[in-house]
Write a protein that binds this ligand. Structure first.
Ligand code: NAD
Ligand code: G3P
Length: 319
């Protein structure tokens, strides 16, 4: 039987890692990248220590004949990239966040730009470099139809990359968007010297508020305690390899957001997602105090020195 053809759109760190992993799963992979590289290039700028497997082909042309397409561009560019896609293959959104202006989820943007295609989402505690190196990792692949999610899992699983099928794409998308915002908050808490207890409290209370929003929109509570929720919160709120967490750390020590962003070329999705997530929560009548605080800190509405009050000085509540 011929190897399945997988197209990966976006050759940032995560697109490069997913191309490596999909190739190890036995697929013929076409990796689309925006910025051309010299012919024969086998190491890409975002993961220079990783050599691409032989069955990965780099291209600047939008692939047309894939059996499956992974969308791995930053969320703020997903709609535009969706409009440029060719072919009819199912799509899996592998990015984490919400569109800034509309608060749209990744699958909503793909439904609006490619309405005829089957869709799913992949998310979990996954630093790109570790997946690219073939270290053990797990993630959730969700689609409205569980059989469709299982088919995606069948195409993408490897012995090192364990995938779990789910039929709660909404919960997965809310969890994965929110964890980037919460990771910025965790970084601020540590950077501002609030301590490990504060971070653990913040992660736990974040699960409560993410769960409220997900439930209000029709997601399942169990999804938030799974890989795309709790799993990714643990990784992103504690791992120094996280761009969102490290951005929060810098903010917490008093650096200015504009200065931090000026020195970065990688994407920290939580920055644009925070206000979009807050507006989404307000639209659904859901209280998300941590997201609200992080959004205010990012907007420069208050000083990180006040992070303690903002994160912890809340009216008495029951758990
Ligand atoms: N890096 C990780 O460990 C990781 C893991 C899981 C999920 N993700 C998610 O994957 C998505 C992509 O992140 P990344 O880490 O691969 O990005 P990155 O920061 O490594 O690079 C961004 C990539 O997007 C491309 N890009 C930028 N603007 C673009 C545009 N207008 N049109 C098309 N492409 C554009 C850049 O050329 C670059 O290849 C994000 O949503 C991120 O949250 C990342
Ligand atoms: O570096 P971050 O903060 O974008 O996190 C990367 C992944 O989403 C971790 O699962």
């Amino acid at each position: 039987m011929a190897a399945p053809k997988i197209a990966v759109i976006g050759a940032g760190a995560w697109g490069t890692a997913l191309a490596c992993s999909s190739a190890r799963a036995g697929a013929d992979v076409t990796l689309w990248m925006r910025t051309p590289v010299p012919p024969g290039t086998r190491r890409l700028p975002r993961l220079p220590d990783v050599e691409l497997p032989e069955n990965v082909t780099i291209t600047g042309e939008m692939p047309e004949d894939a059996d499956l397409t992974l969308m791995v561009v930053p969320v703020q560019t997903l709609r535009t990239m969706g409009e440029k896609l060719r072919g009819n293959s199912p799509l899996i959104a592998c990015c984490k966040g919400l569109e800034h202006d509309s608060s749209a989820l990744p699958l909503t943007m793909l439904a609006e730009t490619q309405p005829h295609r089957a869709r799913g989402v992949l998310s979990g505690p996954n630093f790109a470099i570790e997946v690219a190196q073939g270290l053990p990792a797990a993630a959730t692949v969700a689609a409205e139809d569980l059989d469709q999610a299982r088919a995606f899992v069948g195409l993408l699983s490897t012995p090192a990359f364990r995938l779990y099928a789910s039929d709660d794409p909404l919960g997965v998308q809310i969890a994965s968007a929110a964890k980037n915002v919460i990771a910025i908050g965790a970084g601020i808490a540590i950077g501002a010297g609030l301590g490990e207890n504060a971070r653990a409290a913040l992660i736990t209370r974040a699960i409560a508020e993410i769960g409220r929003l997900s439930a209000a929109m029709g997601g399942r509570a169990t999804t938030i305690s799974g890989l795309s929720g709790l799993g990714d919160l643990i990784l992103t709120c504690t791992g120094r390899g996280s761009r969102n967490y490290s951005l929060g750390l810098a903010l917490g020590t008093g650096e200015n957001l504009a200065d931090i962003l000026r020195h970065r070329s990688t994407v920290a999705e939580g920055v644009a997602t925070a206000p979009a997530l807050l507006r989404l929560a307000q639209r659904h009548g859901v209280d998300m105090p941590i997201v609200e605080t992080v959004t205010g800190l990012l907007a420069g509405d208050f000083d990180p020195a006040r992070a303690r009050d903002l994160l912890l000085d809340r009216p008495p509540a029951t758990e």
